[in-house]
Design a protein around this ligand. Structure first.
Ligand SMILES: Nc1ncnc2c1ncn2[C@@H]1O[C@H](COP(=O)(O)OP(=O)(O)OP(=O)(O)O)[C@@H](O)[C@H]1O
Length: 587
């Protein structure tokens, strides 16, 4: 229960709702317990009539009154049972909502490294299945526990008052039932976890085959995929059958033990009646109802124990994430003013998850408002430089400063707010194009959105869609071409009017003509803004104030376009290659 203590704050938050739920549950159970008493009375009335102890008149009157009481108690009990679920189960839904929000907010707080070291499926299951298991502890388990406790205390009191020995015999099978249900519930839980795992495998496989449908079709491997699916789904079916086998034992076991208790009541009760130890047959009728009323709550003791154990395990998994501190810490609450002069001093960086050294002793400066272009082979560390400026990771050695202040001393939010970042793989949300652009500036006007799109040279494309800027992107919407996506992503960054603009190879999917146009538009927009352009093309870099060339994490060349084409090296070679390529394309 140590891990579940985390939930206590929610119990406190909803204490009034919980308290009323508990009171309502107790009332509901009290009314339920009128039933055996009234049935006992009815049986006794019938016996008296058979024995000729009462007149027909009295018989009818007593029977009618008791039957009316029975209906009345059932109605009131029913209403309170409804209210019981409405309060306690509602509280569990509120707690589930709060806990989901807590976990989600924590996910948002955690750094990129956390996402690299945990699989998406795991993140999803902690926020859905694990939180769901904890909800069962808060709602149904609590409800059934109060239920059982109330029923047990009152019923046992009434039963002992009536016939103590018979009560003892009657309740003998109940702990056995509870124990078996506990063992069974644990087995069911184990098997359903396996079923869940296979279900997850099946859905991941299906999802991937839908996303990669074009690859599957173009390689014509539908049959192979069908076979793989068949194997997975057969295995999943088997796990389900294993589960059903165990589940199928649940009710027979309960029915057997209820039957056993009933036999004991009738046999021992009958003997006691013959011996005159109990006064009436009505007592036996009462006890049969009591046994039936008590069986389900007793069975739930086993079930509740297993639910609490599962909830404890789930909360442990949730707490593991909740206790994690973001690796990237904000060290100042005070907002920082950022102008955009950037300096790298002997920066080295090793990715913590792969131990790959992406940067080795990198030093450069960019003055406020200047443009820097970074070129280099693939994997040479270009994107890493941009990630470090956005403090997605902290460096291992050296120093990165912005406006002369070490980057980790700046307010993290101010730093990131002052950056407009266009990543290599433009990610767009399943939302309208307009909202995707406005993501960079929530309160942007329509005019600002259009201007940003015009500057990213994507306005004409958007206008060409039937729903224009309201066109929905993503799975159920239209699919943009690689170049269009890149340009919407550029519009999203420039609408923010940030002090620092980071373009990570974001013109790779557009033709050189469009590249030219966008660069021309950008040259006006980036005045006064510090800009870094990562590229494989000289055409994107040539107008930059400074160019650096990276190779295997080290800077191998620095200079302007003019100075670099004068010296033999990577840049000149790339320039000449691309010049020849362009000339041959123009032929
Ligand atoms: N998130 C990451 N976790 C671990 N290693 C990484 C990560 N990102 C990049 N790397 C590694 O760091 C090195 C530098 O990668 P980086 O993405 O900075 O190169 P790049 O020059 O931008 O390459 P490209 O031109 O292909 O985009 C590579 O060896 C890469 O495998």
């Amino acid at each position: 229960m140590k891990e579940l203590q985390h939930i206590n704050k929610y119990f406190y938050k909803y204490r009034y709702k919980l308290l009323s739920g508990i009171i309502i549950t107790i009332i509901a159970r009290i009314f339920l317990l009128f039933t055996p008493e009234l049935i006992g009375e009815i049986v006794d009335t019938i016996t008296k009539k058979i024995n000729g102890e009462i007149t027909l008149e009295v018989y009818k009157k007593e029977l009618t009154i008791n039957l009316l009481y029975l209906v009345g108690a059932a109605i009131v009990g029913g209403i309170f049972t409804f209210l019981m679920r409405q309060t306690l189960i509602n509280v569990s839904r509120y707690v589930e909502y709060d806990l989901k929000n807590e976990v989600y907010q924590q996910y948002q707080r955690l750094s990129l490294g956390f996402y690299k070291s945990n699989r998406t499926g795991d993140l999803m299951s902690r926020i859905s299945e694990d939180v769901g298991k904890v909800r069962e502890y808060v709602g149904p388990a609590l409800m059934y526990s109060i239920n059982t406790l109330t029923l047990f205390i009152i019923a046992l009191f009434l039963m002992f008052r009536e016939a103590p020995m018979l009560t003892l015999y009657t309740i003998i099978p109940l702990p056995i039932l509870s124990f078996f249900i506990y063992v069974l519930s644990k087995k069911i839980h184990k098997k359903s976890t396996i079923v869940q795992v296979w279900l997850a495998k099946l859905s991941t496989f299906t999802q991937e085959s839908f996303s990669g449908v074009s690859v599957i079709k173009s390689y014509s491997i539908e049959d192979q995929i069908n076979r793989d699916f068949d194997i997975l789904s057969a295995e999943s079916r088997q796990k389900n059958i294993d589960l059903v086998k165990v589940q199928a034992l649940f009710f027979p076991l309960m029915i057997f033990l209820i039957g056993l208790s009933n036999v004991i009541v009738i046999y021992i009760g009958g003997l006691q009646y013959i011996n005159g130890e109990i006064d009436s047959i009505g007592v036996i009728a009462k006890f049969i109802i009591y046994v039936n009323l008590l069986t389900w709550p007793v069975a739930t003791v086993g079930w509740v124990t297993s639910v609490v154990q599962q909830a404890e395990a789930s909360q442990k998994r949730i707490n593991e994430f909740l206790k994690q501190d973001p690796e990237i810490k904000n060290k100042t609450i005070e907002p920082s003013k950022i102008d955009g002069a950037i300096e790298f001093k002997n920066v080295s960086f090793i990715y913590p998850d792969t131990n790959i050294q992406a940067l080795k002793d990198v030093s450069f400066t960019i003055d406020k408002g200047q443009t820097l272009a970074i070129l280099g082979n693939t994997g040479s560390g270009k994107s890493t430089i941009l990630d470090l400026i956005g403090r997605l990771y902290d460096i291992n050695s050296g120093q990165i400063t912005i406006d002369g202040i070490e980057i980790d001393k700046l307010n993290l939010k101010s730093l990131r707010n002052s950056i407009g970042y266009v990543p290599q793989d433009a990610f767009l949300f399943s939302d309208s194009i307009k909202n995707n652009i406005m993501f960079g500036k929530e309160d942007a006007t329509e005019e600002e959105v259009i201007n940003a799109a015009k500057n990213a040279d994507v306005h004409k494309n958007i206008k060409g869609f039937t729903n224009g800027y309201n066109t929905i992107l993503g799975e159920r919407g239209i699919t943009l071409s690689g170049g269009q996506k890149q340009r919407v992503s550029i519009a999203r960054a420039i609408i923010k009017e940030p002090k620092i603009l980071l373009f990570d190879d974001c013109l790779s999917a557009v033709d050189t003509e469009t590249e030219e146009k966008i660069l021309k538009n950008l040259s006006k927009l980036i005045v006064g803004k510090t800009t870094i352009i990562v590229s494989h093309r000289v055409s994107s870099a040539k107008n930059a104030d400074k160019i650096i060339v990276l190779d295997d994490g080290r800077i191998i060349q620095t200079g302007s376009h003019e100075s670099l084409i004068d010296v033999d090296g990577y840049y000149k070679k790339l320039y000449l290659n691309q010049l020849t390529e362009n000339n041959s394309n123009n032929l």
